[in-house]
Design a binder for this molecule. Structure first.
Ligand code: ZN
Ligand code: ZN
Length: 162
């Protein structure tokens, strides 16, 4: 585990922010010092693990989360209706290289794609996966089973009535 090098982040911030002319930080520049002491760098994965308090698994920093803070520090703003997605799937991580702003829907789809089996444990492979027109995934076996169950229960009811 290594400590975060604040001077390097400051340099990075200067380079990135010079592209947004006239942009001002939405907080005091010294906040980065407070941020850096709560981060430990994982030498293997490169993740910047948050050592401070957590909120729903994400690092919490002041009124915001630690990964949103670092994004704002470097790029000044997060586009409206965008979430910051963790490409490394480590919620505690705030390495900007592991983050990417995505729309909320895209974020949900990505999280769903990490699930390889349906709730009944059928694999989401090429043969067993159906996509609807919105790109949502469904398990083919469960669909078939559901339709069969539905048909059978209809037939049972019909035969009971006669
Ligand atoms: Zn990471
Ligand atoms: Zn299934």
């Amino acid at each position: 585990m290594e400590k975060l090098k604040v001077s390097e982040i400051k340099k990075l911030s200067k380079v990135l922010r010079s592209k947004h002319t006239g942009s001002r930080l939405p907080f005091r520049a010294s906040e980065i010092e407070r941020f850096a002491v709560k981060v430990e760098v994982d030498a293997v994965t490169g993740c910047w693990n948050w050592l401070g308090g957590l909120n729903r698994g994400y690092g919490s920093f002041g009124k915001t989360s630690s990964h949103r803070f670092i994004w704002k520090y470097l790029f000044n703003e997060i586009p409206e209706k965008f979430d910051i997605d963790h490409l490394c799937r480590n919620k505690k991580c705030c390495n900007p290289a592991h983050l990417e702003p995505v729309t909320r829907l895209e974020n949900i789809r990505r999280a769903a794609a990490m699930i390889t089996h349906c709730p009944k444990n059928h694999p989401y492979n090429a043969e067993n996966t159906i996509y609807d027109k919105h790109g949502w995934r469904f398990c083919r076996m469960c669909r078939v089973n559901y339709h069969r169950w539905f048909r059978e229960s209809c037939e049972k009811r019909r035969s009971q009535n006669h």
